[in-house]
Design a binder for this molecule. Sequence first.
Ligand code: ATP
Length: 308
Amino acid sequence: MDILVENITKSYGSQKALDNLSFKVKTGEILGFLGPNGAGKTTTMKAITCFLSPEQGDIKVGGRSVREKPDEVKKDIGYLPENNPLYLDMPVIDYLAFVGELQGVPKEKLKDRIKLMIKVCGLTKEKHKKIGELSKGYRQRVGLAQALIHDPAVLILDEPTTGLDPNQIIEIRELIKEIGKEKTVILSSHILAEVEATCDRVVIINNGKIVADGTPEQLRQKAQGNESLKVGIEGGEKNDVYTALNELSPVAVVDFADDGDNTFIVESKPGMSSAKAIFDLCVEKGWYLTQLTPQEKNLEDVFRELTN
Ligand code: ATP
């Protein structure tokens, strides 16, 4: 089921939390929603799940407007809100029955749905425990199970792995990937590695606006910009090497690298590569080239450049 966010704007007083925001998520896609604190991620998710109404714009879920058909849209969405609010005094199994009824799961199907959710979310051993007795990771699984109980086509997960230990993060991540094979998923996160590992596509927002949209690979390539090489040269005096590198025609900037006396970061002019010129320089001067490594940008660099 496709999600189409069209030019939505939402303000709190004089502050614009969302500023003419538009993006699309295709059926079966897992979209990672990234942004610094206060960027507008939760506000967008609340708008998609019909918990708040934007002042301008519209959102269509499976072609239906959240303004015109909120009740129909809600039935197709499973939502794990930030901080995962749960009834701590209820046993897991009772809580899932309660949510299932609220979500309109037919009585004759409810038992089977609960059984399946307990299996899929790995809650078999904990199903009779009160939610308040569970560890954070297991509470998060209950949160996922309640979001999935009515078998929605769309899943909206607001920071689903916050506060989990590394083992639990990997387990929940695998679970989301598995679920995402059949459903359209939007998940927000601050953990860039998680988004890279889980999502097909990434949207980065800042101050309520989209600043990047693409696969993790596309975003990295886009941010790559000019060639940057880590260069190690032995056999020459450090400042002589620095000066000679700076004089090469394809070179734009040379910096001393942090991790060694004879290592430099060499950035080339737009569209140019300095590798051959550096190699020829070493041959000419009788210096030894000990390292010539392209500096790759990771998603964290992209995030920092776009949102700082
Ligand atoms: P975080 O990563 O910290 O959860 P976020 O990207 O989810 O942040 P939102 O919670 O959507 O950001 O908030 C966007 C902006 O809107 C923030 O500046 C926030 O202070 C403001 N905001 C959100 N909800 C309200 C509210 N109920 N009243 C006033 N301002 C609000």
